[in-house]
Design a protein around this ligand. Structure first.
Ligand code: GUN
Length: 282
């Protein structure tokens, strides 16, 4: 039997409705700022989606488009202003940044309680400590999509392919919190298929089109494809969807899987940021 397709848009809609409800009930209007530096076409598309959804759910929204040659100091000054803004509760700086800018320095300048992406050392450290107030949105998206299947996670062999700070590492930590047995594979892993074939749950986030083939997937596995790869034939994931769906139990499509859920999680994070910021002088 072919895999059940996990409809990311549908799962996201449920979370977006919740976010919308919480915003309506909130005394203070939560505010999100997005900073986009340079002209990376993919980043522009992602930010446009984030802006559209942020406005739809009723967040206060500010967007800053900076030139490719913006100086690091100008960017840091903007972050400082947003750190101090009373209207802004959460911000994100879209990555990657132009090459002359030190990405880590910029991310670290965001106040932890305004870090809607959960990328600052404080929030990543909190996650290691099982404090999930601000967790990277894509990692949260993967976990929620797995949960949406209704299948048990505890005790399952789970393989995460990719070890990025944004996705691979945080999703591994979230799955560990759920008592899964977690293996992280990466570009230096020998015999990748030997690991993936044993995975009851497989999360792939490496940015390599169709890396995961049908014969690398266990029958009935839950397969979460984080990849967004632009190819001449359109946007495709890291999983060979058409063939893998013949063996998997559940699979996310690209597009329409992790992407829409990531945006929903980011907007929900903005509410968490507002909560985390209570008591701080803004
Ligand atoms: N670039 C790719 N994914 C992300 C994300 O989730 N947040 C930010 N800020 N940049 C990204």
């Amino acid at each position: 039997m072919p895999a059940k397709i996990i409809d990311g848009k549908k799962v996201a809609e449920k979370f977006l409705n919740e976010v919308n409800k919480k915003i309506k009930e909130s005394k203070e209007k939560p505010g999100l700022a997005i900073v986009l530096a340079g002209n990376n076409p993919a980043s522009e598309i992602y930010v446009n989606f984030k802006e559209k959804k942020a406005k739809e759910v009723g967040l206060y929204f500010e967007r800053y488009n900076l030139e490719e040659n913006v100086s690091q100091n100008e960017l840091l000054k903007l972050i400082d202003n947003l750190n101090q803004s009373r209207k802004i509760h959460g911000m994100i700086v879209q990555l990657p940044l132009p090459k002359h800018i030190d990405e880590k320095l910029v991310v670290d300048a965001i106040l932890p309680h305004k870090d809607a992406d959960g990328f600052t050392p404080v929030n990543l450290g909190n996650l290691v400590n099982d404090d999930n107030r601000l967790v990277p949105a894509t990692a949260r998206a993967c976990l929620e999509l797995i949960k949406s299947t209704g299948e048990k996670i505890e005790g399952k062999n789970t393989v995460v392919v990719g070890r990025s700070t944004i996705v691979g590492k945080p999703v591994a930590l979230l799955l560990l919190q759920e008592n899964a047995t977690v293996t992280i594979c990466h570009s230096k892993t020998k015999n990748l298929a030997e690991f993936t074939k044993n995975a009851d749950i497989l999360v792939v986030a490496v940015g390599k089109p169709k890396l995961i083939k049908k014969d690398m997937v266990k029958k009935g596995a839950i397969v979460i494809d984080v990849g967004i790869n632009k190819t001449p034939s359109g946007i495709i994931g890291d999983v060979d969807f058409e063939n893998v769906k013949e063996v998997a139990g559940y699979i996310t499509p690209v597009p329409g899987g992790v992407g829409p859920m990531t945006i929903a999680m980011l907007l929900d994070n903005t509410l968490n940021a507002m909560e985390m910021g209570r008591g701080f002088l803004r």
